[in-house]
Design a protein around this ligand. Structure first.
Ligand code: ZN
Length: 403
């Protein structure tokens, strides 16, 4: 059977067949519709190709992507972990005390026995600095959950922010193509080297038009929907709860929409299914934290875990009670260590987020470890146990935006 015109494809004739209709670069060229004008779910038309995040890692290492194996990556990460430990201990007052009596790291076991870094430790960032104050480009303040914790303050250098910008450029090219119109529905305002600025600078060179709604309408789903209908974005970037709040006002979707990037809070399966069924578009999940300069991991269209920026961060999962490192695939609290970061390195930082690491090959061809779905926030129980709870961290209707 030959398909000469995707726009006239009779889906009823090919039900049960496996269909791939792609362009020269392996991507869908059209947001196709069936004869009754309903959009076809885009992902069935996309042939997963290697995540551009993996390609960027191979490029930075100067090796062919075919040689980007888990053991290759681990050798590089291990070198970075040791360098980060020594740099932090020698240059930061906090880490000099934190790692007192630990002269060096010689094995993975040594690493896994290092003390953990908590949110409270980030309230005095000056003590964590591994460089002079003049190297700090942005100092970001974050309120901790609850009412008793001191605000976290994160010092980021120009290099840290530029590396995040590069990660966004590689990662967002998973979904965005030249000519796309990206509507950023995240909270916050445009400021130099802030999150919105970094996203904008990362995609504009790709030929993407960035659309930003007036902050006044972001908390009003009806007005936000009207803005989306009027501005015709092809891709939305926003928190799942915010996007789900738009469903009653756009039950059959938006005419030009082909993709969604979900970020700032866990993407629950029920929400993903509701959006996919109503809006018939690709939905990719992103996980990031302000503490590590915003971006960390992004799904590819194979939907088999989020690809990590593995030359900037090392991810572990631990038992939140015993602090023991868990085998890959086991659910626990996510720890992050920043790599190649000199200004304010984070070593075994407790995120409070619950998830797991995947080591099975991804459908896109990647063999590197990936982050599975974020399951929720850590909640300690009076009986000494723990569980995870669903607690949106981002901005959603009816609540003031987080800063
Ligand atoms: Zn993949």
């Amino acid at each position: 059977m030959a398909f000469q015109d995707i726009l006239s494809l009779d889906i009823a004739r090919v039900r049960g067949c496996c269909i791939h209709v792609v362009g020269e670069n392996g991507r869908c060229l059209h947001n196709s519709t069936s004869l009754d004008t309903l959009s076809l779910y885009r992902s069935i038309l996309v042939m997963p190709q290697l995540s551009p995040i993996d390609q960027a890692i191979a490029d930075e290492l100067g090796i062919p992507v075919s040689r980007l194996l888990p053991e290759t990556l681990w050798r590089i990460q291990w070198q970075y972990l040791r360098e980060t430990f020594h740099h932090a201990k020698q240059t930061s007052a906090f880490y000099a005390k934190h790692f007192q009596g630990i002269p060096q790291i010689s094995s993975r076991k040594d690493w896994e026995n290092l003390p953990l870094l908590t949110a409270n430790d980030l309230s005095q960032p000056e003590a964590l600095l591994g460089t002079s104050q003049s190297a700090v480009e942005r100092m970001v303040t974050l309120q901790t959950s609850g009412t008793t914790g001191s605000p976290k303050r994160i010092a980021l250098s120009t290099t840290d922010l530029q590396r995040t910008q590069a990660f966004f450029a590689h990662g967002l090219s998973t979904l965005l193509r030249k000519g796309d119109r990206l509507a950023i529905l995240l909270p916050g305002s445009m400021r130099p080297m802030g999150l919105l600025d970094l996203i904008t600078k990362s995609v504009e060179p790709l030929g993407i038009n960035v659309l930003l709604p007036n902050p006044a309408i972001r908390t009003n789903p009806q007005q936000l929907c009207a803005w989306i209908f009027a501005t015709k974005p092809t891709v939305l970037l926003g928190a799942p709860s915010l996007l789900q709040g738009l469903l009653p006002y756009a039950p059959t979707g938006f005419p030009h929409l082909s993709g969604i990037l979900a970020s700032t809070e866990p993407l629950e399966e029920a929400c993903k299914v509701a959006l996919a069924q109503a809006w018939h578009c690709e939905i990719l999940n992103h996980y990031g934290l302000t503490e590590i300069a915003y971006g960390l991991a992004l799904e590819c269209p194979a939907h088999q875990g989020m690809h990590l920026r593995s030359l900037d961060c090392y991810v572990e999962c631990i038992d939140p009670i015993t602090h023991q490192c868990l085998p890959k695939g086991c659910v626990g609290e996510i720890l992050i260590t920043t790599l190649q970061r000199k200004t304010m390195p984070l070593i075994r930082y407790r995120t409070g987020d619950i998830g797991f690491l995947r080591t099975d090959p991804c459908g896109c061809g990647s063999l590197l470890p990936r982050l599975g779905a974020i399951l929720g926030r850590l909640s300690l129980l009076p009986n000494g146990g723990w569980q995870w709870i669903h607690k949106p961290k981002g901005h959603h209707f009816g609540m003031p935006p987080s800063s």
